[in-house]
Design a protein around this ligand. Structure first.
Ligand code: B12
Length: 251
């Protein structure tokens, strides 16, 4: 009797847990406006990604830009970012899931780099705001998709933006700052373990190049406590914040 009650309780807890997870995913997707405007495109893209057909996935995403069904900003916000953020593995074997995730990332990355030509095409309509930004991820941080997207969003907002890579050691950051003399340096940090290294770089920048304003973003800073030890000037949460940031710092 006791055992049956315990099993029933566990089952109920399991179901409730799943409902909460699904609810959170739906809310996040709703927040990003997917269900409203681009539901069909998102589902088509996701189904192609699930088949792991790189050729079809890349061509489909680029056709949306080519046929002006979406602009670069919406492609990133509505298709590319969510397809990684909400990646769900369809098998139980963790080993398989890892390379499946890597494969999907490689598809997204190809689309991301190919979309650059559409930013170049829009160059004439983009008004320069007279500010330079260097975008990167610090040493040990390999998650770079958001950083590349951020750099592209910055270009679209009129910044002169240079993405200098992932896993960039402190000395290379200092050297890039000396060479480019940017107004801003934007860090994308995903893994909370990399807060320590971010703090070290920010301390150094504040000591030797205080004129360069530091912008932080990424999953590592979702927890406010992570920011308490770091010297920074701006913290941004998502791509929409980049527009607000550009409006604020325009020359
Ligand atoms: C792809 C991926 C990888 C790839 C990255 C490849 C690449 N070239 O970038 C690889 C395979 C390398 C990888 C490795 C690892 N990963 Co990983 N990875 C992911 C995954 C699936 C997607 C990340 C991504 O690109 N998302 C898309 C971008 C657009 O979204 P985003 O980063 O959240 O960015 C948003 C905001 O944060 C913001 N933003 C981010 N940066 C900035 C900066 C500025 C200035 C602004 C304005 C905004 C902004 O804008 C975006 C839109 O809102 C996530 C899953 C997830 N749920 O996030 C796991 C995930 C991030 N990885 C995770 C882990 C644990 C790892 C590993 C430690 C695994 C391991 N044991 O080896 C390593 C760590 C490697 C390292 N040293 O960095 C965990 C992190 C958990 C945690 N919080 O600690 C996650 C969440 C998976 C999970 N559910 O456990 N990973």
């Amino acid at each position: 009797m006791f055992l049956e009650a315990l099993i029933a309780k566990c089952f109920l807890f399991y179901i409730l847990n799943k409902i909460v997870i699904i609810y959170n995913i739906i809310i996040k997707i709703l927040e990003m406006g997917i269900c409203m405007t681009y539901e069909k495109e998102f589902n088509t893209f996701l189904n192609l990604l699930k088949t792991e057909d790189k050729e079809k996935s890349v061509l489909y995403a680029l056709s949306l830009l080519e046929n002006k069904k979406m602009d670069v900003e919406d492609l990133y916000k509505v298709l590319l970012a969510p397809s990684l953020m909400y990646f769900e593995c369809d098998v139980d074997d963790l080993e398989i899931c890892i390379w499946k995730e890597h494969h999907r990332t490689s598809i997204i990355r190809t689309i991301l780099e190919s979309s650059y030509q559409y930013i170049v095409k829009r160059k004439e309509e983009i008004k320069s705001i007279g500010k330079k930004v260097v975008v990167l991820t610090p040493a040990f941080e390999y998650h770079e998709i958001a950083a590349i997207m951020v750099s592209h969003f910055m270009l679209l907002q009129g910044f002169e933006s240079s993405y200098i890579g992932a896993n960039v050691p402190k000395n290379d950051i200092v050297s890039a700052i000396k060479t480019y003399q940017p107004d801003f340096i934007a860090f994308s940090v995903t893994n909370p373990y990399n807060i320590v290294v971010t703090k070290q770089v920010c301390d150094e920048l504040k000591r030797y190049s205080p004129e360069v304003k530091i912008v932080l973003g990424g999953q590592a800073f979702k927890d406010q406590a992570a920011l308490s030890s770091i010297q920074y000037d701006y913290v941004l949460d998502n791509f929409d914040d980049i527009k607000k940031f550009a409006d604020e710092v325009k020359a």
